[in-house]
Design a protein around this ligand. Structure first.
Ligand SMILES: Nc1nc2c(ncn2[C@@H]2O[C@H](COP(=O)(O)OP(=O)(O)OP(=O)(O)O)[C@@H](O)[C@H]2O)c(=O)[nH]1
Ligand SMILES: [Mg+2]
Length: 304
């Protein structure tokens, strides 16, 4: 439901923003009152879903904590903090409460193969089951762009989300850069070559660094700057009308119909065959996976 709030009548009426501070002083006509009543009765707007994804150990859970401003997600300092299942955390930024989803790491795998297919399946499952859709993807990575980064980015942003969801690139581990943002200036071209086009970029550190004797941390300043950067980017970039992720075409069924006429009788013959769908074809044609890998992944995802 989209409500338009107006102040004044007839030609003098002008549209106002009910969230603006100046709204408080305006007079409501009866019809306005009715509208406000409707507004209050309307079920609360769904919380925008934000999906943090990327490879294992790049700082996804640390990023969730950075955004939340408190340690809600376990991080990996030792194997205990590895994330194997996705979890959602409520995070308020301004007057909006987001659902921030921390997800399992998409492993690089051995020999550059698809690797941890289970994490890909899990992430796709999460995206598909979000009834309220997705408002923002956050791709978390360390400063080195690996082949698996490109594959995971294109798989989830291009193919599964059909480029309909904004994507924030969060590059962690930049605490030793004199100017963290300068990293993007040096690497932007490389991303364009790989057809990775972020909607926004946050060059950050997601760690507070070493604890000092006085209880402060060595990277407190950089951490705070990073927190503000990411929160501002989320608030600016997220889709106000979330995108519902549909099932991608992993396979397609071709039905060939032929008509056999014998002694004046028509007989319809149908032949069905299954071919790779457009999503799987794209993975293979763009050389993100071999044919075998693409087929294997398509089988794992086809019924989700
Ligand atoms: N130096 C540095 N270390 C970081 C940064 N972000 C995270 N770390 C550290 O990297 C390790 C892994 O961080 P996590 O947040 O657990 O990474 P993750 O992506 O959630 O890992 P998985 O859940 O296993 O996929 C932890 O020891 C963090 O403290 C960063 O910006 N700089
Ligand atoms: Mg984690």
């Amino acid at each position: 439901m989209h409500l338009v709030y107006k102040k004044g009548r007839g030609k003098q009426a002008r549209q106002i923003d009910p969230t603006s501070p100046s709204y408080g002083g305006c007079f409501l006509f009866h019809s306005d009152f009715q509208q406000v009543t409707n507004y209050l009765q309307f079920p609360a707007m769904a919380q925008p879903n934000i999906i943090i994804f990327g490879e294992t150990g790049v700082g996804k859970s640390s990023l969730v904590n950075l955004i939340a401003g408190t340690d809600v997600a376990a991080t990996d300092s030792g194997s205990a903090g590895r994330t194997f299942q996705s979890s959602a955390y409520d995070v308020s930024i301004g007057d909006t409460t987001f659902k921030v989803h921390d997800t399992a790491g998409l492993d690089e795998g051995q020999g550059g193969s698809v690797g941890n297919q289970r994490a890909i399946v899990q992430l796709y499952e999460l995206l598909r089951k979000l009834e309220d859709g997705v408002s923002l993807l956050v791709f978390c990575m360390r400063p080195r762009v690996k082949g698996s980064c490109t594959r995971n980015w294109l798989l989830f942003w291009d193919i599964i989300c059909q480029r309909r969801v904004p994507i924030l690139l969060a590059v962690t581990g930049l605490e030793f850069e004199e100017d963290m943002d300068a990293w993007w200036g040096r690497n932007q071209e490389n991303f364009a070559i790989k057809e990775m086009y972020p909607t926004g970029v946050a060059c950050i550190t997601a760690t507070r660094g070493k604890r000092r004797r006085d209880g402060t941390f060595s990277l407190d300043d950089e951490y705070e700057i990073s927190r503000e950067k990411v929160r501002k980017a989320i608030k600016t970039l997220y889709r106000r009308e979330p995108w519902k992720v549909e099932r991608a075409e992993w396979f397609k069924t071709i039905v060939e119909v032929s008509v056999n006429v014998q002694k004046g009788k028509k007989e319809e013959i149908r032949n069905c065959r299954t071919e790779l769908g457009s999503a799987t074809r794209e993975l293979i044609d763009r050389k993100l996976m071999t044919k075998e890998e693409g087929e294997e992944l398509a089988h794992a995802l086809k019924d989700i």
